[in-house]
Design a protein around this ligand. Structure first.
Ligand code: FAD
Length: 488
C-alpha cells in the first residue's frame, strides 16, 4: 500500500526514543528539532502517491498492487532507466540534499533480494526472512535507514579488542525467539525520520569478531533502541528565508545504541558469520544498487549546484567575463561527468540471474572520483561568489525593520534582481555550500560510501586488469631483444 504524506507523519508517532539537547523526544513530527525534515519526507510520500505521478513513481507488483519504484527489481536496461527516472524525480524535490531519503536503503534491500541465492546457500531460513522482509517493507511503503559501520574508537583494533567489547553492536545472547543485541553503531542518517533500521557491518571482520557479524532489521521504536542525535540544524535556523535548505532538509545523523534489543528470528538475515556479512553486499547486487542510487542523487544535486553557480555569476554581473565563462564550463563538464558515469554504468550493465545490474567498476570509478570532485566543485563555487555569500543581512528581521531595510536596499544591488532577490539567492547559495548544513554535506559526500581507501579498493577489485595486462603482454610479445640484436 502506498503511503500518503499524512499517513507517513502519523506512522512516525510511534514512541521512538531520541536524545538531543539533554531531552528525550518521542514525537518527531511536533519536535522543533525534526518536524520540518519530517514534513519534507511527507512531501516525498505525497508525490509518490499522487495519481498523476503513478506511472512515473510506481510499478505493479506480482500481487497486482502498486509500489514505489524504489523497490522495483529491474529485469532489463529499459526497466533500470525507468526506475532511475523515478529516483531522479524524487531527488529533484530536495535538490539531492537528503542523502538517505527512502530510495537509498530500499535500493540496498532490493539489491540483496536480487541475490537471494547467496542467502539460500547460506541458510534457507535466513533467505526466507530476507525475502519476507523485502515484501513487507515494499508493501508497507517503509522508509528504511541503515547503520553498517562500527563506531570510531580505536581503528587500529578489531571490535572484540576495544576497551569495551560492546562499543560496537554485537550479539550478547540468542534463544528460541531471536538475538539480543548490545552496543553502538554509526551513523544513522535519516534515523529519526525512518520507520525501520537495517543493521549490519560492512567493514571487513576478522576471526574473533563473529558477534558483530550480524544483519537484521528492526523498527525505530524497538524496545531498548536509543537514538543519539547530533545537533539539529533545523532548530538553529530561524526561518525558511535565511536557511532555505537547513530549515527543511536536515535529515539528521544519529549514533544508535542497542541497549539489549531483542531481534526476532524472522528479522535476522545473517547470524555471526563474518564471510556472509561481506557476501550479502558484494556477492549480491546490494552494494552496487545502493551506491548507484547515490550517484543518481549526486547527478541531480550537481544539476542544482550548476544552477546556483550560473545564478551567482549573473547576480554579481560577472557572467560575461571570459574566465568566469570558462569556470562555468569547467563546472558544467564536472556535472556532465557525473551524468556520464550514471548513463555508462546503466548501459554497461549485465544480467545477474533474471535481474539487470549496473556495471560495478564504473560505479566504483564514479565513487572514487566524485568523493574528490565534490570538494573541488564547492571550492570553485565559493571562488565564483566572493564575499557575496557573507555580505548579507543577519535575518529576515532586518527586512522587517524599516530603518535597516532602507540600508539593505542601498547596499544589496545586482544587475539582474532587486535587493530582496539578491539576499534571497545568496542565502540559498550559502546554505548549500557554506553553512553548517552545507559543510556537513561536504563531509557526507566524502564519507557516506566509506573512506577513500575503501572506495579505491573497490575500484581495484572490480577493474578488468586481465584485459589491460593482456594488451601490454601482446605488445611485449611483438618484439624481443634477440631479434633486435640480430638486426645489428
Ligand atoms: C555525514 C555522514 C553521514 C553518514 N551516514 C551514514 C549512514 O547513514 N549509515 C552508516 O552506516 N554510516 C554512515 N556514515 C558513516 C560512514 O559510512 C563512515 O564515515 C565511513 O564509512 C568512513 O568510516 P569512518 O568515519 O569510521 O572513518 P575511518 O574508517 O575511521 O577513516 C577515517 C580516516 O582514517 C584513515 N584510515 C582509517 N582506517 C584506515 C585504514 N584501514 N587504512 C588507511 N587509512 C585509514 C583514512 O585517512 C580515513 O579517511 C556517515 C558518515 C557521515 C560523515
Amino acid at each position: 500500500m502506498l503511503k500518503t504524506g499524512a499517513q507517513y507523519i502519523r506512522s512516525l508517532q510511534d514512541g521512538r526514543e531520541i536524545f538531543i539537547y539533554g531531552e528525550k523526544v518521542t514525537d518527531v513530527t511536533t519536535s522543533p528539532y525534526f518536524r520540518n525534515a519530517a514534513a519534507s519526507v511527507a512531501m516525498l510520500y505525497d508525490f509518490q502517491s499522487a495519481p498523476e505521478n503513478a506511472a512515473l513513481m510506481t510499478y505493479e507488483t506480482e500481487d497486482g498492487d502498486r509500489a514505489n519504484r524504489i523497490w522495483q527489481l529491474p529485469k532489463s536496461y529499459a526497466e533500470l532507466v525507468e526506475r532511475r527516472k523515478a529516483l531522479e524525480a524524487w531527488t529533484e524535490l530536495h535538490g539531492g540534499f537528503m542523502g538517505r531519503a527512502p530510495d537509498h536503503v530500499a535500493s540496498c534491500i532490493a539489491g540483496m533480494n536480487m541475490g537471494r541465492e547467496v542467502f539460500e546457500a547460506y541458510d534457507p531460513a535466513r533467505a526466507r526472512a530476507l525475502a519476507d522482509y523485502y515484501r513487507y517493507a515494499r508493501d508497507n511503503s517503509l522508509y528504511l535507514t541503515y547503520v553498517i559501520i562500527n563506531p570510531q574508537a580505536d581503528r587500529s583494533k578489531p571490535a572484540n579488542e576495544q576497551k569495551d567489547p560492546f562499543i560496537a553492536a554485537g550479539v550478547v545472547d540468542q534463544d528460541a525467539e531471536g538475538l539480543t543485541i548490545r552496543g553502538g553503531k554509526m551513523l544513522a542518517t535519516g534515523g529519526v525520520l525512518a520507520h525501520e533500521v537495517f543493521v549490519t557491518c560492512i567493514q571487513p571482520l576478522r576471526e574473533g569478531e563473529e558477534p558483530y557479524a550480524i544483519s537484521f532489521a528492526i523498527p525505530m521504536n524497538a524496545k531498548g533502541l536509543k537514538i543519539l542525535s547530533r545537533k539539529s540544524y533545523e532548530k538553529q535556523t530561524p526561518n525558511l528565508f535565511d536557511n532555505p535548505l537547513a530549515s527543511r532538509f536536515d535529515e539528521n545523523d544519529a549514533v544508535l545504541y542497542f541497549d539489549d534489543v531483542k531481534v526476532p528470528w524472522d528479522r535476522v538475515f545473517v547470524n555471526q558469520d563474518t564471510r556472509m556479512c561481506a557476501k550479502q553486499f558484494h556477492a549480491t547486487p546490494a552494494h552496487v544498487y545502493q551506491n548507484y542510487q547515490a550517484q543518481v542523487r549526486l547527478m541531480v544535486k550537481m544539476r542544482f549546484l550548476m544552477g546556483l553557480a550560473k545564478k551567482t555569476a549573473e547576480t554579481n554581473g560577472t557572467i560575461a567575463f571570459p574566465p568566469v565563462v570558462q569556470t562555468l564550463g569547467q563546472l558544467a563538464a564536472q556535472a556532465g561527468m557525473v551524468e556520464a558515469f550514471v548513463c555508462g554504468m546503466e548501459a554497461k550493465g549485465h544480467m545477474h540471474g533474471e535481474y539487470y545490474i549496473p556495471d560495478a567498476h564504473l560505479l566504483y570509478s564514479a565513487q572514487v572520483l566524485t568523493q574528490q570532485l565534490y570538494a573541488q566543485v564547492i571550492n570553485t563555487m565559493r571562488d565564483l561568489a566572493g564575499g557575496g555569500l557573507i555580505m548579507l543581512p543577519s535575518s529576515v528581521e532586518d527586512f522587517a525593520n524599516p530603518e535597516i531595510a532602507k540600508y539593505i536596499e542601498k547596499t544589496q544591488m545586482s544587475p539582474v534582481t532587486d535587493s530582496e532577490g539578491r539576499v534571497k539567492f545568496f542565502k540559498l547559495a550559502w546554505d548549500a555550500i557554506g553553512s553548517e548544513f552545507g559543510s556537513r554535506h561536504a563531509q557526507y559526500e566524502m564519507f557516506y560510501a566509506g573512506a577513500t581507501f575503501v572506495t579505491k579498493n573497490h575500484s581495484f577489485r572490480t577493474f578488468d586488469w586481465a584485459n589491460s595486462t593482456g594488451m601490454v603482454d601482446r605488445m611485449l610479445d611483438g618484439y624481443a631483444l634477440k631479434s633486435e640484436i640480430a638486426k645489428l
